[in-house]
Design a protein around this ligand. Sequence first.
Ligand code: ADP
Length: 601
Amino acid sequence: METRLVKIATPSPLVRYGIAIAAALGGLLIRFPVASMLGNKLPYITFFLATSVSAYYGGFGPGIVTTLLGVALADYFFVPSLGLLSLGSAADILGALLFVGISGFISFLAGRLLETRRHEQALRQIFHQTLVSIGDAVISTDVDKNVRFMNRIAEQLTGWKESEAKGLPIEKVFRIVREDSDVPAELPIEKVLSTGSIAGLANHTELIARDGRRIPIDDSAAPIRDTRGETAGVVLVFRDISERRAVDRALEASESRCRNILESITEAFLLLDKDWRIADTNPAAEKVLRAPAQDLLGKIFWDLFPATLGSNLESSFRHAVQERKPAFLEYHYEPWDEWFDISAYPSQQGLAVYLRDISARKQDEAALVRLNQDLKQFTFAATHDIREPLRMIMLYTQLLQNKLELENSPLTANIVEGAQRISRLLDGLLQFSRLGEYDAAAPSVVDTEAALRDTLEDLQVSIHERNAAVTHDPLPLVLADHAHICQLFQNLIANSLKYCKPGTKPAIHVTAAHTQGICRFAIHDNGIGISSEFHHRIFEPFKRLHGPEISGSGIGLATCKRIIERYGGKIWVESAEGQGATFYFTLAEAKQAAAAHATVQ
Ligand code: ADP
């Protein structure tokens, strides 16, 4: 048998037929000394041997050649009645035919034997080659646990050559220890020999090579049975799993990092699998969900918290999984009367849920709303109650003035002026407190250029009186409230007119620049300016940098700040004393803001 795996060496036809001729001649040479004993009897006797030798080495063909040569030689030398190619007695002819028949049969049998031998040899070689070239390391031992065979990979891993290792006890060549220690690991061979069945290595075993290298290996051992089925030895198959172990270790390290993070975060974490079962949790989740991990793990979320069914939490979770989009929500869990801030992220494994108990914050918020409402009511009542006596003061001052005929008296004028100032302050206070209302109308698209036009109309008299020039660039659309934007412009432009440099014609310019959906407005004036130390403080309520010589309530900029912050913007000033001032504020551009608003909804 010849395959691509092995090539059995067979003698060439020349050698085979040379042997056939030599064997025939050999048969003849041996026959001569025998002739003195046998005479002409049994002329072919030595040629049986010659044919057998020839067929054994060369197969059927050479056997036949030797047979025929044997017939010719024997007839010529030892059967005179026949001679070469001459007819003899019937007995001689029968003898010759008998020899040819028997020798032919011997040749046939020897040829078959030769073929079987070659076949076996080929099988043995294939088997050997397979073991040698197998990708895993292979070592076989006898029943006394001495090495009998090693393939190339086994040689590389152990550092032993097969020739050196042959006959050595296996534990000398195949030294194994537990990973990261010097504690010897149990050889699977022992188990195989005692149980007669296949055995594997314990997890995380390292082979110590001859040069001291430690190689993580994976291994199995199986008994080698003889033809009677008895254990004749053990075959060990093992492989280098360094790369796999490195990947495993990296994975273990990353898993333990993740676990540490999950354990240390204050947010409760739940991993819900595709069937909504809780597959993982962290200690914070046990606290928030009021149950130990073993009561949570493996349970269906909806079974544990049935009150969530039909709620915005259920719809958000299902939507997140279906659409593969994260969900963020604030959820009130009725049975516990608690609020949770929840983020849910869909993944291959299911849904990763993070929860934070925000009940305390919600309570604070509710308290703040109540407080604000109380404050608003109080301000309203207080301003209303103060306004009444104030009206009386002004009325009686007027009456007193008429009665005492004190027309144009600075005394009464000061009283009236003071009362008017109190009245303005009350107006500002009321306006400021109303901005804190939570039930304000939803923002809409506001044309800021139109809002500026309306404001300038209202300020017409002041502008005219001061001979001021108010100019502007094209202004954008923002998402806010028209009245609020008018109030902003009104306060800022009125200030620019009010705090102008004496003897200088006020010049006020309004611009807007926008980047990434945010509009930045700027109102620039050429007035008295503000020293940098007051840049922050002027936005505080009732903070004024001037006395009664310039009228004002100190509420204007605080109101502007409150409006802007309500829309998520910022307001600030850039100025230096005597060098004018530029007030900036930011608002979301209408297009961007509308889109953002839509997603929040
Ligand atoms: P007021 O009613 O006093 O104007 P505001 O809150 O509007 O109150 O302003 C607070 C203070 O900031 C003002 O008293 C003034 O000193 C200063 N201020 C505001 N705008 C300007 C400006 N354009 N130029 C100079 N100073 C200003």
